[in-house]
Design a protein around this ligand. Structure first.
Ligand code: UDP
Length: 373
């Protein structure tokens, strides 16, 4: 095998973006991935013409025009706007928390009425500075919404009680006193027309790639094949778990093909009580209404079951609580001292990244380490 400038371990958005930048600057790159396909968790499987988000719903959103133009340079994006519905014991509420939700919850019709109720509930709770997810949620939207739309959903999603989780998880969600069901505040949002695989194919076009290739089964060989390694896998595994194992959440999907044109009328419906064991149901065709398969008499849905990660499963979400953060900090110290290895992405940085931030990080890392070469 020939020698490369860069070996990129993992072909998700971080690895693929880095590989694209290096390749377009004339560097020799090899991308390896242990899965049977490229693209990491944004990979889609085409089932009956519908692009199925195999590893969970991915909705691209950003306020960074540079990133938006970058991804649209590979594939045009549609104008999909995420407006999930929450189902709590059969009653429906709009998300994110906005005037529609407040009307559905309390019958209030003005922002002042909604604010008064929320303020009263915050005051009754006695919370001044929120120190965990429960306190943060109550401080943002009051106790009623916390109890019906956040508490049990979060327990299902994270397998932990809300007081044991960090505040930033819930601060991802907007709270608005307008009638606006857009889940994201960002300027740009959409889904690649024809699916996410087109984005990955564009990024990796012309670059050597190997699938079904696990870095760890022949580590010595892979470490010698390139001058620099871009590692996007689990950082604890890279260092043989010497400081202990980091925890992750993973998702088990039950995907079904149903004989109906339109099952739930929306791409995302969250089930916010323990009544259903799954967190949400995704109906994939609604991400791409322009797709001719949208009108098919069948539809594909996925129920998402959140579970604790164990060996052999796909790690999805880092769990950034105190004990994991302290373990990660030790690995990070080792990583920072590496001369020929760059760690990037959700698993290597143990960070709850959105897609645009991952791309931005890869771009920044590229210019930091190599851009001026
Ligand atoms: N969340 C919630 N109820 C909902 C949706 C979200 O309580 O109906 C909370 C939950 O703790 C979740 C967090 O908000 O982990 C972030 O939600 P987001 O939709 O950003 O999660 P992701 O899409 O990344 O799984």
């Amino acid at each position: 095998m020939s020698h490369y400038d860069y070996l990129i371990v993992g072909s998700g958005l971080y690895g693929a973006t880095f590989a694209y930048l290096a390749h377009s600057h004339g560097k020799r790159c090899l991308v390896i991935d242990k899965r049977h396909h490229l693209g990491g968790n944004i990979h889609c499987e085409n089932i009956n013409g519908i692009n199925v988000h195999k590893y969970g719903a991915h909705i691209f959103h950003t306020s960074d025009k540079r990133i938006w133009d970058f991804v649209n340079g590979f594939v045009p994006f549609n104008r999909y706007t995420n407006s999930p519905i929450a189902n709590y014991h059969g009653k429906l509420y709009n998300l994110p928390f906005n005037m529609n939700t407040f009307y559905q919850m309390w019958g209030v019709t003005t922002p002042d009425e909604a604010k008064n109720i929320i303020d009263k509930q915050i005051q009754e709770s006695g919370i001044t500075t929120p120190n965990n997810l429960e306190e943060q949620a109550i401080s943002l939207v009051g106790r009623d919404i916390y109890e019906k739309l956040i508490k049990e959903y979060t327990e299902k999603q994270w397998g932990r009680k809300c007081p044991d989780l960090p505040t930033f998880i819930i601060r991802r969600l907007p709270v608005r006193f307008t009638f606006d069901n857009n889940y994201f505040n960002d300027t740009y949002q959409g889904i690649p027309i024809g699916g996410y695989n087109r984005l990955i194919d564009g990024l990796l076009n012309g670059i050597d790639t190997l699938t079904d290739t696990d870095f760890f089964t022949d580590r010595k060989k892979w470490e010698q094949i390139a001058d620099i390694i871009i590692f996007t896998g689990k950082i604890d595994e890279f260092y043989d778990y010497r400081f202990g194992k980091l925890n992750y959440r993973t998702v088990r999907f039950e995907t079904e093909c149903l004989n109906t044109q339109n099952y739930q009328g929306n791409a995302v419906v969250n089930y916010t009580s323990h009544e259903q064991p799954y967190t949400r149901i995704i109906e994939h065709k609604h991400f791409e209404p322009e797709n001719p398969a949208y009108m098919n008499k069948q539809t594909i849905i996925s129920k998402e079951y959140s579970v604790e990660w164990q060996n052999g499963m796909e790690p999805f979400y880092p769990i950034n609580n105190e004990s994991n953060t302290s373990i990660y900090t030790q690995y990070k110290l080792l990583a920072d001292n590496e001369q020929h290895i760059i760690f990037g992405g959700r698993l290597a940085e143990y960070k709850y990244y959105d897609m645009d931030d991952v791309i931005a990080k890869a771009m920044n890392d590229w210019s930091k380490f190599n851009g001026n070469n």
